[in-house]
Ligand binder design. Structure first.
Ligand code: NAP
Length: 388
């Protein structure tokens, strides 16, 4: 039974803990800097061993003058002497996952590598720089592609990674200190235990894709809210559902996203330039009163958007969807989901479109496969629902 250490039980680390503590064989150890977090973990998941993270592993390279970032051997020796229980705990782990802010991870991994031979990985949102910095160690970059704008163990969820892609970035064999294939398989199987789907991708490709589909939208959402915010409070008061939908992620943690954007700069800058180019095309078309171009730009966006598998959740590529036309009345959505639940149909995701603006709304329901899809349609039609 593998022993898995989690360093930093926030939103992502906490979700690892909740997902793996229930119903898997992993023995879990949680290393956290704050006693309050350890307490929360113990009350939510009593089978998890918790331990305080020594101060040497909480320091930031740029800002902490007490950190000894050059003589890691000396720092590791001090850690062994002053924190023998921590040394013993990390030495006993088979895998250690670092779920801390991305700028802390290189130092933490280097230092813990001097105390433990465990396979190490992380969850950071950018991979190229981190993977290059940690070449030569038994470290393999990882990125579970799920999350939210919330923070901390309190907001973590056992189902966070269900059906989400989990990217793994193995280095070339000659730049890895360990059994590469076996380690890749261990991380693959951990990702599957979380309910995620592992993908093996090189760090550059990962960063290019993630800059476009994740980091650019965070910048765009913040820029849009800032633009509307400058119009004054009345504009915000009058903003409707559409504005709220597309700006939800502007409520994310500013510190975390500032770090992520800086660490993703080489991939984010070309994505921002491409985006600015698209905004410019809209601007030109409006300025020149060019209906045809505007139509083509909106049409291109709509075609691509409509082709997305379930509102951008690439994880649910295999799910089958159905659309139910619902009235805007209290309980109408609940009635439909209850009907399907009573028939034992597992709903993988739901979304509501066009609610209120037009005639009622379209409830999009995703179920496991085409057989469940047909069964759902039959049940709903037999109850008089208009669905396809
Ligand atoms: P979070 O909820 O704020 O958790 C951060 C964790 O790091 C907490 O346990 C925090 O401890 C700890 N931490 C912060 N500063 C520390 C320090 N100086 N020393 C030691 N521990 C420290 O954030 P998160 O969303 O889980 O993000 C963690 C990682 O996940 C980041 O690398 C991020 O790139 C990656 N990620 C995030 C998302 C997302 O959607 N949020 C998605 C995928 C990957 P305290 O509780 O004591 O503050």
């Amino acid at each position: 039974m593998p022993r898995l250490g989690i360093v930093g039980s926030g939103l992502i680390g906490g979700s690892f803990i909740r997902a793996l503590a229930a119903g898997t064989d992993y023995e879990l150890l949680a290393f956290d800097r704050r006693a309050e977090t350890s307490e929360l973990i113990r009350s939510a998941c009593p089978n998890v061993v918790t331990m305080q993270l020594p101060a040497a592993l909480t320091r930031r390279p740029e800002t902490d003058s007490n950190a000894n970032f050059t003589d890691l051997d000396a720092e590791a020796e001090t850690l062994r002497r002053q924190h023998p229980a921590f040394w013993e705990a990390v030495s006993s782990c088979d895998i250690i996952i670092f779920c801390t802010p991305i700028d802390l991870i290189p130092h933490q991994v280097r230092l813990v590598s001097r105390l433990s031979t465990a396979l190490m990985s992380d969850v950071g949102s950018t991979k190229h720089d981190l993977c290059s910095e940690l070449e030569g160690l038994r470290f393999m970059g990882g990125h579970p592609m799920a999350g939210s704008e919330r923070q901390g163990f309190e907001c973590s969820r056992a189902d966070m990674f269900q059906n989400a892609p989990y990217v793994l970035c193995p280095p070339p064999t000659d730049r890895y200190h360990g059994p590469l294939e076996a380690d890749l398989n261990s991380l693959r199987s951990m990702a599957q235990s979380l309910g995620a789907s592992p993908y093996v991708i090189d760090p550059e490709t990962h960063d290019r894709i993630v800059a476009s589909v994740s980091h650019l939208p965070h910048v765009a959402a913040a820029a849009l809210v800032n633009t509307v915010g400058e119009c004054g409070g009345l504009a915000l008061d009058l903003s409707a559902g559409g504005f709220r939908d597309i700006t939800r992620i502007a409520s994310s943690d500013p510190g975390l996203w500032a770090e992520i954007c800086l660490s993703s700069a080489p991939a984010l800058l070309p994505a921002l330039d491409a985006y600015a180019g698209h905004v410019e095309r809209f601007r030109d078309a409006v300025e020149t009163n060019d209906y045809e171009s505007l139509y083509a730009l909106f049409q291109a966006g709509r075609t691509t958007r409509d082709g997305l598998p379930l509102a951008g959740n690439g994880a649910l590529l295999t799910a089958s969807g159905l659309t139910v036309y619902v009235e805007d009345t209290p309980g109408s959505v609940a009635a439909i989901t209850v009907l399907l639940a009573e028939a034992g149909i597992s709903i993988r995701n739901v979304s509501l479109r066009n609610a209120r603006q037009y005639e009622g709304g379209q409830l999009r329901i995703f179920v496991t496969d085409s057989i469940e899809q047909q069964k759902s349609l039959n049940i709903l039609r037999s109850k008089g629902y208009d669905c396809e």
